[in-house]
Design a protein around this ligand. Sequence first.
Ligand code: SPD
Length: 345
Amino acid sequence: MTRFGKIVLGAAFGLALGAQAQAQSKGELHIYNWTDYTSPELMKKFSEETGIKVTVDTYDSNETLLAKLKSGAAGYDIAVASHDFVQILSREGLIQKVHAAKFPDYGNLKKEWQSPAWDPGNEYSIPYDWGTTSFGYDTAVYTKPVDSLKTFYDPPAELKGKIGMFGSPTEVMSLVLVYLGKPQCNSNPADLKEAAAVLEKQKPSVKLYNSDGIQDRMASGETVAHQVWSGDFRRARAQRASLKYLFAKEGGIAWMDNIVVPAHAPNLENAKIFMQFMLKPENSGMHSTFAGYPTAVTGAEKFTDPAVATAPEYLPPKGWKYTFAPSCDEKAIRAYDRIWTKLRQ
Ligand code: SPD
């Protein structure tokens, strides 16, 4: 759940809809999205323009999304999945085809994000925004220069016991493999032994494993270093200026999140209207301003707050090595789960 929990937008936000517009209500849209990833202002705009009432539930990881859809939760019209999970969701029949390439504004997608490897022809999805994964820390607490992920996996005294890690096995494994210079989606026993050893050694210095609430934890000083997504860290830094996001010398992880429609969505047509809405540069730019990530829509930049678009976390520096982690096979996922289960005991 977000810190605003389950939110209902539209009527609950006291929209300036006249009696006539309300009478023409176009139904509902139930969104299932990551925490801190849905702009209330943008949803209000959507409701005002379409007459569709929006509700939002939130989750903390792709694994939670997958588990929820697998459990048969049938109430959602929209979800947001990272690129490496879109294929898993489609293979398992948990999302449905929307044929996004036929949407009138499909051409607004930047060419490089059209028909991506994880969804050829954009049958199931449209890209939402992209960012990177690394660590951020408080330079007021640890004042020495940092250029390596080593500082977080083998931390100095100042950070011990105050590190936050993600609560997602795929994300924890992806970054530790970058640190070790090993391939992603790895099921090589020797590599995994090394990765597990790094995480076990780091564990006494970790305060918690949780992907939700990072902005608040870093802004309040509850944690002084955290595994984190770039845009979320910018929002924490806006509240605590001594925070710094690390573009480590070992590189980092990149991802693209995508809007998808769960199988059996009760409001399929409204889901398509929402996807089309998010392809408009002004709406995509509003999302970018809220979440702090670049989007896949041409012209969204014009509608993104320059303070956000020029933030150091917004885009990786030229020449920085980053990997779009591929969708892992069963063997790697099972191996990651074993390491994760042991780590969390
Ligand atoms: N505040 C939510 C940010 C969502 C980031 N999703 C990234 C997933 C990377 N695997």
